[in-house]
Design a protein around this ligand. Sequence first.
Ligand code: BMP
Length: 253
Amino acid sequence: MSFQDKIQSAALRNQTRTVLALDLEDPDASQLVKRSREVLARVKDCICAVKVNRQLVLGLGLQRVADSILKPASDLSLPTIMDAKLNDVGHTNEFMARTYFDAGFDAVIASPTAGWKNGLDSVFETARSRNRGVLLLTYMSNPGAETFYALTAKEEDGAEKPVFEIMTRLALEWGAQGVVVGATKPHIISRVRQLVGPIMPIYSPGVGAQGGKPSEAVEAGATYLIVGRTIYAAPDPRAAALSIRTPPNPLGV
Ligand code: BMP
């Protein structure tokens, strides 16, 4: 099953668009595993995927992440995403993507700024050969994101476009399984939705702790909401996850 099919089927099964960003921190690795697994157990049927970031990979090491987080998530039929924001030259990107996929991740997040040739070509090829997904970062959720993503640049045909629109086009051209656009910027989500059409998933981080509103992001066209602190730092993570549950439409997008 492809990454896209896995997340869509989990979204429909659990009637949710919420991707849990499991970004807990703890200097004690055993505690970090324990706390992460407790959160996962509490919300397992009100999320549709688990996103892992450097907090867990650097805190535990990749093998321990694989054994203690990826395997249980897979047993729950929840796909996993490595938020690597890959952005290096080809052979290094290839090594990272291959290592994450071999550890069990269903998808990686990459940044399109490395370009295709000897940049992200190797990531897409590695993902394709293993039937895994690549999501492209298109507009970040933080206020400073305007500095780069809102700039205009000239396309090959001479037309001036905002950088995020060029990145959105590249995501379509390169065969990404989704784009990442901050929930804090519903007007950008709307524009990206116009550009990608109705099918390509838009993953939207920045809900809650960063000020984004789930309903506004979804109304603007977000498919999945990436949510971390609002869930795992809540006194009752399950209640928090249920409170942001916005059911997917019948197509799961
Ligand atoms: P939180 O809900 O706690 O703000 O976490 C958001 C998660 O989404 C973090 O893992 C962060 O790295 C990620 N993220 C983001 O916040 N904004 C982006 O533009 C891209 C991200 O990947």
